[in-house]
Design a protein around this ligand. Structure first.
Ligand code: DGJ
Length: 725
C-alpha cells in the first residue's frame, strides 16, 4: 500500500480499518471500497454510516465485493462499464489500481491498464449537507495512436438482497413521471433514452431500489440513483440469481462510439447516489437537499408566483391582452408575468407552430412597441417580467434556416424529417457557431431589456435526423455526446454572464427534466397537463427525485384545457401549492367569488412558501395506492413549522376518508393546527387545537373529505416541547 497516496482528511483510514479500505462518508451514509494496488477496486459496502473500525464487520459478513468499474475483455461475463478498442485493435481492457487520494470531499481512485498506457480515474464526491455521493470517471488515452471508447458508463453500484424492488418513472406528453414499482428478477432491466436532445420522450434517468421488499415511503432501506446527463442515457440493473444486483449508469452506448486521440481524455457525466433507511422518502429528501445546496441553480432562493400567458391566450399575444393579464395578476397578488410562445418573427410570423423558431425578433404587428413596452407595463404594475424562447430549435420556415441550412442536425444526403408543426428542426449544438448563436439569443434579450427577470427555455422535438455538417466524417458518432457538451458550454457561458436571471427548463415529452440540466436552471415545467387530478400523479412521481421548489405547478382554467375536467378552484390551488405556485389562465375568466378565493390562496402561499420551497417533503398516502386519496406534507428543517395537504379525487358511496398520519415532526413537541380555506360545512374538531408530534404521526387525525375533489390544507406551528420519555 505504500504507493497509495491517501490524505489525512476524513481518515477514515484510521483505527481498525486496514489501509486498503477507503471510506466515502456523508452525514448518514458510507460507501466503502477495497482499493489495493495492482488489483481491481472493489465496492464492499454502501449503506448507513459505519466507522472505520467496523470494516471487519463488512468482510466477516461477506462484503459486496463488486468491481467498481468493470471493463470488457477479462473475466467480463457480467455487464461492463467500459469497453475500449485500443490503438492496436485489442478490444480487451484490464484495469488495476495505481493510486488513491482523498482530498476534501473528493476521493480519486486511479487505475491503469496492465499492459497499455490507458488510464481511468474514478471520482467519488460526498456532499456534507445531504446524503448524496456523486461518482464519475475521467478516461485518458496515453497510447500513441487514437483509441475508441465503445462504452463508457459513469458509475456502478451493487447490492445483495433478495426481494429487492425497482421504482422507475416513464410517461409521455401529458402523463409524465408515471411510476412503476416491480420486483427485481433475474436478468437485465434497461432504462434507456434515444431521443438525442434533452427532451427524453419516455423514461427518466433516475431509479430507486428498495432493499426491504415492496417500496415504502418512510421505512426500509432504499438506494436512489440519478444520471446527471441531458442526452441519451442507459441505466442497467443486472440481477444474477435472486440477490445479486448491479446498477450501471451512463451515456447510452448505441451510436456513441467516441474516439480519443493520444493524450486526450473524456469525463463521463456524474451519477448521483443516495442511500436512506427512511424509505423512498428519505432518498427523495436527500436529493432535494442536494438540489437546494448543490445541484440546482440558486437553490436557496425563494421562487416567485407567476402568471404564464400560454393557456390564457396561446400564441395570440399582444400588448393589450398581456396588460390585461398583468392587471389580473397584480390584483391576485402575483409577482411575475411571463409572455409565452408567439411574440416573435418578422418575415415568418409566429402565428402558429410551423414557423419562426430561430428568428428572435419581436413581431411588431402583435407588439408594436416591442418587448421593452411589455417590460415597462409589468414594472409599472410592480411586477417582474419573463419571456419564452426555444433556443435549441428552428423551423424550416425561418430566416435562420434560410441563412444557415447547415446548422441543423441532419445528414446532407437525406431528406429532412421534421417535427412539431411539420417544420421544426434541431440546431446542431456540436457546432461552436451554433453555441455562439444560442448564447447570443439570451445576451440580446438582456441587452435590450436589462431588467428582464425570467426566461422560459423550451425544447419540443427529438433528434429525428442524424448527422452533423460540422463534425468530420470520422466523428459522426460523437454527435449524441458533442451536442450536449455544446449545450453545456452554451449554458455555462449564459450562467457566467447572467447568474441572477431566473431560467425555467421546459420541454415536451415524458422525460423533461434531468439533474444534468438543473445546475443551469432554477425550475422546470412539470407537465403541459394542468389537470389537478392528473397532476397529483405527475407531481407525486416527479417529487421522487426533484425538489418541490423547482417544480412549476400552475392553476389553470376549468374545464381543464387538456382533459375537459371540471375541478373546483380550491382543489386546483391546493394541488399547485405543493411546488412553485403559478397560474396559467386569464385572470379575467375568474368570477368574483373565485377571484376573492384566489387572492386569499396567493396570500396564504406567500406565508407558507418557505416551508414548501425550503422544507423537507414527506409523501404520505400515495395516489398510486388506488384508494382515491393522496396526502403529503412539508416540514421545515428545524421542525418548527409544517403544512399538511390531503386530497380526495374519487367519489363513491362507501369511500371513507382515511385517518391521516403525519410524518417528519418532532415527536416531543406540540403543534397547533389551523386549516386554510376549508369549504367543508362540518367544522373540524382539530381546528386551533394542539397535539404532540408523536400523536399526529402515530395516531393521526380524522379530517373527513366529502365529495369528489375535496382537499384540506392544514398548517402546523410548533409550540412547547414536552418530553414524553
Ligand atoms: C410547450 C410548453 O410546455 C408550453 O408550456 C408552451 O410553452 C408551448 N411549448 C409553447 O409552444
Amino acid at each position: 500500500m505504500k504507493h497509495l497516496l491517501i490524505s489525512i482528511f476524513a481518515l477514515t483510514l484510521s483505527l481498525g480499518a486496514s489501509a486498503k479500505d477507503v471510506f466515502v462518508n456523508t452525514p448518514k451514509t458510507t460507501l466503502m471500497l477495497a482499493v489495493n494496488e495492482g488489483q481491481t477496486p472493489r465496492i464492499q459496502y454502501y449503506g448507513s454510516r459505519i466507522k472505520p473500525e467496523q470494516a471487519h464487520e463488512v468482510y466477516d459478513a461477506r462484503g459486496l465485493n463488486c468491481d467498481a468499474y468493470p471493463a470488457f475483455g477479462r473475466d467480463s461475463f457480467d455487464e461492463t462499464a467500459l469497453s475500449v478498442t485500443h490503438a492496436d485493435g485489442n478490444m480487451s481492457t484490464e484495469l488495476v489500481v495505481t493510486g488513491c487520494q482523498q482530498k476534501g470531499d473528493e476521493t480519486i481512485i486511479s487505475l491503469k491498464d496492465k499492459k497499455y498506457d490507458f488510464f481511468v480515474d474514478i471520482y467519488y464526491k460526498a456532499n456534507d449537507k445531504s446524503d448524496v455521493i456523486v461518482t464519475w470517471t475521467v478516461i485518458r488515452n496515453g497510447e500513441k495512436k487514437p483509441i475508441k471508447l465503445e462504452q463508457y458508463a459513469s458509475g456502478v453500484m451493487s447490492l445483495r438482497q433478495e426481494g429487492a424492488w425497482l421504482t422507475h418513472f416513464h410517461g409521455s406528453w401529458g402523463q409524465e413521471a408515471g411510476m412503476t414499482e416491480e420486483p427485481l428478477t433475474a436478468g437485465l432491466k434497461t432504462i434507456v433514452n434515444h431521443d438525442g436532445v434533452r427532451t427524453a420522450m419516455d423514461d427518466r434517468a433516475e431509479v430507486m431500489i428498495s432493499l426491504d421488499g415492496k417500496p415504502q415511503e418512510n421505512s426500509g432501506r432504499v438506494i436512489g440513483a440519478a444520471l446527471c446527463w441531458t442526452g441519451n442515457y442507459k441505466l442497467r440493473i443486472e440481477t444474477r440469481g435472486k440477490n445479486r444486483h448491479t446498477l450501471l449508469a451512463g451515456i447510452d452506448d448505441l451510436h456513441t462510439a467516441y474516439t480519443l486521440k493520444s493524450g486526450e481524455s473524456f469525463t463521463t457525466p456524474e451519477l448521483a447516489l443516495a442511500f436512506s433507511d427512511e424509505g423512498k422518502g428519505g432518498v427523495s429528501r436527500a436529493f432535494h437537499r442536494w438540489g437546494r445546496n448543490v445541484q440546482l441553480h440558486n437553490g436557496q432562493a425563494l421562487r416567485e408566483i407567476l402568471l404564464n400567458s400560454w393557456e390564457g391566450v396561446y400564441m395570440d399575444v399582444n400588448q393589450e391582452v398581456c396588460e390585461q393579464m398583468m392587471d389580473g395578476l397584480k390584483d391576485l397578488g402575483g409577482e411575475l408575468f411571463v409572455v409565452d410562445d408567439g411574440w416573435f418573427g418578422k418575415k415568418y410570423r409566429r402565428t402558429n407552430d410551423t414557423k419562426a423558431l430561430g428568428d428572435w425578433v419581436t413581431d411588431t404587428e402583435k407588439l408594436p412597441n416591442g418587448i421593452p413596452a411589455l417590460v415597462k407595463a409589468a414594472e409599472d404594475r410592480g411586477l417582474k417580467f419573463g419571456i419564452w424562447i426555444e433556443p435549441e430549435m428552428t423551423n424550416s420556415e425561418s430566416e435562420l434556416f434560410e441563412a444557415h441550412p447547415d446548422w441543423v442536425v441532419a445528414h446532407p444526403t437525406r431528406e429532412l424529417s421534421k417535427g412539431r408543426g411539420g417544420t421544426q428542426l434541431v440546431l446542431d449544438l456540436s457546432n461552436p457557431k451554433v453555441q455562439d448563436f444560442v448564447v447570443g439569443i439570451v445576451d440580446n434579450l438582456v441587452k435590450e431589456n436589462p431588467t428582464l427577470h425570467y426566461i422560459k427555455w423550451d425544447c419540443n422535438m427529438s433528434m429525428q435526423n442524424f448527422g452533423s455538417s460540422y463534425l468530420t466524417a470520422d466523428k459522426q458518432s460523437h454527435l449524441f455526446v458533442d451536442y450536449h457538451l455544446g449545450l453545456r458550454n452554451a449554458l455555462e457561458r449564459i450562467r457566467a454572464a447572467h447568474p441572477d436571471l431566473v431560467i425555467q427548463l421546459c420541454s415536451s415529452g415524458g422525460g423533461r427534466v434531468n439533474w444534468g440540466a438543473l445546475p443551469y436552471f432554477d425550475e422546470f415545467w412539470v407537465s403541459d397537463d394542468t389537470d389537478a387530478q392528473q397532476r397529483l400523479f405527475i407531481q407525486w412521481g416527479t417529487s421522487h427525485f426533484f425538489p418541490p421548489m423547482a417544480m412549476a405547478q400552475h392553476v389553470s382554467a376549468s374545464p381543464n384545457h387538456q382533459t375537459g375536467r371540471v375541478i373546483p378552484l380550491k382543489f386546483r390551488f391546493d394541488v399547485a401549492m405543493t411546488g412553485r405556485l403559478g397560474m396559467e389562465m386569464k385572470p379575467s375568466d375568474l368570477n368574483d367569488q373565485e377571484r376573492e378565493y384566489a387572492q386569499k390562496a396567493v396570500a396564504f402561499y406567500k406565508e407558507i412558501r418557505p416551508i414548501i420551497q425550503l422544507g423537507d417533503l414527506y409523501r404520505l398516502l400515495s395516489p398510486y395506492d388506488n384508494k382515491g386519496f393522496c396526502s403529503e406534507m412539508f416540514v421545515t428543517e428545524d421542525k418548527s413549522e409544517a403544512v399538511f395537504f390531503c386530497y380526495k379525487f374519487e367519489n363513491y358511496i362507501g369511500l371513507e376518508s382515511p385517518r391521516w398520519h403525519m410524518a417528519g415532526l418532532d415527536p416531543d413537541a406540540t403543534y397547533q393546527l389551523t386549516e386554510f380555506g376549508s369549504t367543508d360545512r362540518r367544522s373540524s374538531s382539530f381546528e386551533g387545537k394542539t397535539f404532540s408530534g408523536k400523536f399526529l404521526m402515530e395516531t393521526g387525525i380524522d379530517a373527513t373529505l366529502s365529495g369528489q375533489f375535496a382537499s384540506r390544507v392544514i398548517r402546523l406551528k410548533k409550540g412547547r416541547v414536552i418530553r414524553l420519555k
